[in-house]
Design a protein around this ligand. Structure first.
Ligand code: F6R
Length: 242
């Protein structure tokens, strides 16, 4: 495990974007596992900036996102598909047919999850998986208690996750209660994992995930066992690390 300390959110974003950029330069047809949420927004901004300066080319890249809310179609403003288009894909030259997000509009969980695992397999697995972390230690939507050996599956969101995500919806009632998520088995099979965390709300969970016991109660703790894990934290998120 390599921990990189950044001074600020912007510095964290730039450092993490550098690692993603290096991956794309080293393997132009790589598969990126991408995440939504507040943490990676700055990374996407930085990558768009480098793309506009002709420093990075996404024309051969494939992106396979971590998760999607059940019940939201692509055109729903809060769908993760929409988030990724708005914050990243619309601004770069990635091929639309190289973009994958679980199909939240399909209620047939078995079909969605089987298809998604097949897509990941067809592209040869994920080269670099970008992860944020929930205050309860979730990665993707693998909430505390999630089995470590699952592929893509449907989950019920924890109350704390619903609370954390309600800021994006008009009311709490509108926050979907279920999601499709890549499983921890798939995340652990990624060749490289890049975990990012910013802000004081993440300090305790980052410490527990990286230095506490490896337990399904802290899903991100399994990352301690990953052979190629890089963590980029800003000052606040890293405040409790040794
Ligand atoms: C997003 C995802 C989630 C977030 C986590 C942190 O695709 O899978 O696990 O990474 O909830 O969210 P932020 O970055 O908004 O604090």
């Amino acid at each position: 495990m390599k921990i990189i300390r950044a001074n600020s959110y912007q510095d964290m974003s730039r450092k993490a974007a550098n690692l993603i950029s290096a991956q794309v330069i080293m393997k132009p047809n790589c598969v990126l596992g991408l995440a939504t949420g507040s943490s990676p927004e700055g990374i996407y901004k930085q990558l768009i900036d480098w793309y506009n300066k002709d420093d990075i080319d996404f024309s051969q890249v494939t992106s396979i996102n971590l998760d999607e809310y059940v019940g939201l179609s692509h055109d729903h403003e809060q769908s993760y598909w929409h988030f990724m288009q708005k914050h990243f894909f619309e601004h770069i030259n990635i091929r639309q047919d190289h973009i994958f997000v679980p199909d939240g509009s399909n209620p047939d969980a078995e079909e969605v999850c089987r298809n998604y695992d097949q897509i990941i397999q067809r592209f040869g697995g994920i080269d670099l998986q970008l992860l944020g972390i929930g205050v309860d230690g979730h990665i993707g939507f693998n909430e505390p208690g999630a089995a470590f050996e699952l592929g893509t599956h449907k989950v019920r969101l924890q109350e704390s996750t619903i609370q954390a995500n309600k800021r994006f919806f008009e009311s709490e009632d509108e926050v979907p209660k279920e999601a499709y998520t890549m499983g921890i088995k798939t995340i652990m099979q990624a060749h490289k994992v890049l975990l990012i965390a910013s802000g004081s709300a993440k300090a305790t969970i980052i410490r527990d995930a990286l230095y506490g016991p490896v337990t399904p109660q802290v899903p991100a703790s399994i990352l301690q066992m990953h052979p190629d894990l890089t963590v980029v934290v800003d000052r606040e998120a890293g405040a409790l690390l040794p």
